[in-house]
Design a binder for this molecule. Structure first.
Ligand code: UD1
Length: 349
């Protein structure tokens, strides 16, 4: 039996294809990092994920306290379950906390989506990625540049295997089901911003809102993450929300992928959204100075926009250069879950 860990919104679409391929050999552990129906429960319903076997119910706090809370809550569950391996995905606090718990007991560990690097250590996710990759036994990567990052950090080449992108398995599986979801009439852009680097700084968040206003008359839909909404309200930035920008609650998965697919452009600071837009051939502007997913810029439809004031020009350019056909990224083909299952079975033997 393996423990498969999930905790925050971007984890659910990555564990789904692994469960589908590994079947009954999985104990699904939800840390409770995300707990709202909109951030967690709705994804279980729409993806058809089984209810978690265990929910650690940790909830929100500081990064340090949250990571520690997850470790403290997971240790007894781990000891009771005695899993043969622990599999973690992505780069959230739950990822690091659970892998760190498992290695203390010498249990084999697997990191899915290993080797991504933004080289920006101010990002909590970069620290989670670096540490998780140093201590995991098997490193399953989504694209080839991850191998170079990992070998430079001294990880043995034999522990690194290219399996493709499991998040894309879920996207390709559920796009047809999203067809019924309603999107705005006419042309629109989609916005998602939640990184502390963008939204935890009052001045920067205000500048970003102003810049989005300059995209008028293009109307924009912004399903805001709780962190972003909280900051807009507490800093009294509501009056800087421009007329062409509609702030809405976080969307469910099917509504969100349909919005991405139909958008003229997507403006984001999320990692997964850079990947999903690339596969669908939708122009993406990433409001960050770096990306841990450079393949979305070299082969996909993504461009970095480090300066919020540059958003209008970047958007214009991206819309102009929209590809006729969606790009093809090697092994982002809907079968990553099956390849991941083969590798996990191998270490279990
Ligand atoms: C986390 C991940 C990030 C990921 C993002 C996706 C880390 C370090 N960060 O960031 O990589 O892109 O999830 O959403 O793990 N909140 C709610 N309801 C919830 C969950 C959170 O209201 O269900 C609020 C919390 O009260 C907190 C804020 O959102 O104030 C941030 O939540 P947290 O889990 O700390 O980090 P995220 O910003 O969501």
């Amino acid at each position: 039996m393996i423990d498969l860990i999930c905790g925050a919104r971007p984890n659910f679409m990555k564990v789904d294809p692994i469960i589908r391929s590994l079947g009954g050999k999985v104990r699904l552990v939800h840390t409770g990092q995300h707990y709202d129906y909109a951030m967690s429960g709705s994804f279980f319903d729409q993806l058809g994920l089984p209810r978690p076997d265990v929910n650690l119910g940790v909830g929100s706090s500081t990064i340090t306290a949250q990571t520690a809370d997850i470790m403290k809550a997971y240790e007894p569950v781990f000891l009771q379950g005695k899993p043969d391996a622990v599999v973690v995905v992505g780069d959230v606090n739950s990822t690091l906390a659970c892998v760190l718990t498992a290695v203390r007991y010498g249990t084999p560990t697997v990191h899915v989506e290993a080797g991504l690097r933004s080289f920006d250590r101010t990002m909590p996710e970069e620290i989670n990625r670096l540490l998780t990759d140093q201590i995991s036994d098997l490193l399953l990567i989504t694209s080839h540049e991850a191998r170079e990052n990992l070998t430079k950090e001294g990880r043995p080449d034999g522990s690194i295997i290219l399996v493709g992108n499991p998040m894309i398995d879920t996207l390709l599986r559920l796009l047809p089901e999203s067809a019924e979801k309603e999107v705005p009439h006419g042309k629109f852009g989609l916005v998602t911003l939640h990184r502390p680097g963008n939204v935890d700084n009052r001045e920067l968040l205000g500048d970003i809102l102003d810049s989005l206003g300059r995209l008028s008359p293009l109307s924009l839909v912004f399903p805001a993450h709780p962190r972003t909404l909280k900051n807009i309200k507490s800093w009294g930035l509501q009056n800087r929300v421009p007329g062409n920008l509609k702030l809405v609650e976080p969307m469910d998965y099917l509504a969100f992928i349909k919005h991405q697919q139909m958008a003229e452009v997507v403006i984001t600071d999320s990692g997964g959204v850079q990947e999903e837009t690339s596969v669908m051939g939708v122009p993406c502007v990433t409001v960050r100075p770096n990306t841990e997913r450079p393949v979305t810029c070299t082969l996909g439809t993504n461009v970095l926009c480090p300066d919020p004031l540059g958003i209008p020009a970047a958007v214009k350019e991206q819309i102009k250069n929209r590809p006729e056909f969606p790009p093809v990224i090697p092994l982002w083909d809907g079968s990553a879950g099956a390849r991941i299952a083969v590798e996990i079975e191998r270490i279990l033997k």
